[in-house]
Design a protein around this ligand. Structure first.
Ligand SMILES: Cc1cc2nc3c(=O)[nH]c(=O)nc-3n(C[C@H](O)[C@H](O)[C@H](O)COP(=O)(O)O)c2cc1C
Length: 221
């Protein structure tokens, strides 16, 4: 697969086939992803790969926490205040996503069902949890996590697998710690749902948008 094709072809997958991913395949993705860059080659990441029964237990408990109205309290907090132009992009993405499922804005039940599916990790048969040491400088180590997470997603895409990077998987760290035995010394940063994409699902095939280059790049010459 060409580099450009890999980067533009990777997309968040939000419906997975009910098919396990062999452990060797996940191991091979992580083995290659070790070559992602990091500050001073510190490689601050630790991964927990959750599958099988523990994953089933997690996804149901995660859904119950969300359905019960429990407030997200991730180890690395999600900012609530964003500049307007970023908030607008976020809002538009939500609209496109729900639109792909035929869920109208005022359809509260439809939206809740979608968030329920999200809490259930869209049926992914594997969840990779990326952690950093608790004592590390969070902002800086998060740069490294971003690099390795995208590397994992691209490698998975290259193997015909789908991924969804998921804040919705790490909102309740205590739950994850108890199911995956993640020690307090580690800060849970983000989850990656992994599995074989349900290729036909509208939620996996809608057209995505990106800001145009002039909105992003200043040329100084
Ligand atoms: C840090 C991070 C957290 C994310 N959390 C979620 C999530 O909880 N649920 C979800 O459906 N998508 C989540 N996403 C996926 C983004 O919505 C997605 O990357 C974005 O809309 C761009 O779409 P694309 O990945 O298909 O190109 C997350 C992405 C990132 C980088």
């Amino acid at each position: 697969m060409k580099m450009e094709e890999a980067i533009t072809g990777r997309r968040s997958i939000r419906k997975f086939k009910n098919e396990a991913v062999p452990r060797e395949v996940i191991a091979s993705i992580l083995d290659t992803a070790r070559w992602a860059p990091s500050w001073g080659n510190t490689q601050p990441w630790q991964f927990y790969v959750i599958t099988g029964e523990p994953l089933e237990a997690f996804r149901k408990a995660n859904r119950d926490e969300i359905a019960g109205g429990k407030v997200f309290a991730p180890d690395v907090s999600i900012p609530e205040i964003w500049p307007d132009h970023l908030k607008k992009r976020y809002g538009e993405t939500g609209k496109i996503l729900l639109g792909a499922l035929g869920i109208a804005r005022e359809d509260k039940e439809g939206r809740n069902n979608f968030y329920g599916e999200m809490a259930l990790l869209f049926g992914a048969p594997a969840l990779i949890i990326a952690c950093i040491p608790r004592e590390s400088s969070v902002e800086y180590a998060m740069l490294d996590i971003g690099l390795v997470v995208q590397t994992i997603c691209l490698l998975a895409h290259g193997k015909g697998l789908g991924t969804c990077i998921m804040a919705a998987a790490i909102g309740f760290p205590k739950l994850l710690r108890s199911i995956a035995s993640i020690p307090e010394e580690l800060r849970i940063t983000v989850g990656i749902a992994l599995g074989y994409p349900d290729g036909d699902a509208p939620i996996n095939t809608f057209s995505r948008v990106r800001a145009e280059l002039p909105d992003l790049v200043q040329w100084i010459d």
